[in-house]
Design a protein. Sequence first.
Length: 305
Amino acid sequence: PGSDWVFVFTVCVQPRDGVERGPDLIRAAGLRDKLQGQGCAVKDYGNLAFEEFANDEPVGRVKNVRSVGSANQRLSEAVQAVKRDGHTSVMLGGDHSLAIGSIHGHSAAVGELSVVWVDAHADINTPLTSPTGNIHGQPLSYVLYELQSKIPVLPNFSWIKPCVSAKDLVYIGLRDVDPSEHHLLKLLGVKVFSMTEVDQLGVSKVMEETCDYLSARVKKPIHLSYDIDAIDPSVTPATGTPVVGGLSYREGVYISEHLSQTGLLSAVDLVEVNPLRGRTEQDVQSTVHTAVDVLLGCFGRRREG
Ligand SMILES: CN[C@](CCCC[B-](O)(O)O)(CCN1CCCCC1)C(=O)O
Ligand SMILES: [Mn+2]
Ligand SMILES: [Mn+2]
């Protein structure tokens, strides 16, 4: 990329058990210098401060509703500002519930989006189907037009307007999908490349088919929402919900290299890095450095040099 590329970090943290430390570790691993070293201009917006809610009691089974709703509203505004300045937004989580604000803000600024969701999980439970009540397993249900009838009124969530069509969503890396999620994916006909398809087709064909599928109708800006747990826990163990049988380091980086080549990458989330879930410092460093390499791949880094 030329020097006209500006990357801004709307770095966001949830008051959670360790995942709030992800962004600073990714910074400390030298993301800014490495991006600049490959010809990118970088602007770091720093960490977004979120309002604390004293007794944020569950609503039904949904946990941390008020703080997550409020945080995502601030994040949406921050991402909108970044996109209005014509930059590519990079949101470092924090957990995947932050994709609500990131996708909402991105769409508010640029309109219709394609979403590529790289994850071991589908993150499409509704508040009523979620087995855990954790919103990081639900973000897509709040932003998909087709699921709005399934969303109850939740405090601090009324600002969210659905903004993504199910036909503009592609999953890569799925291998731990709840029955209720699988039902919704089938019902909505969402395009899924689970780990089975990755094994069957190979990551190169998966990316070719992903891009053909997304550009079959109208080419739209791409929102890449990358959950570090898509990659195998042998490579990225420091994460909240590790699942065996994940992407290799090479497959994980190839995905971002391929999307970078489309020239359509407009916003990136990199979430669920949790240093407290690493058993050793090596576990944490392997996870953080892989996250950095995935991001460098998004912005033009090629392994050939
Ligand atoms: C698969 N769905 C889970 C995990 C969501 C992970 C969020 B991500 O951001 O990391 O992708 C887990 C539900 N299972 C928990 C263990 C018992 C069976 C249900 C959920 O809590 O909804
Ligand atoms: Mn996720
Ligand atoms: Mn996940």
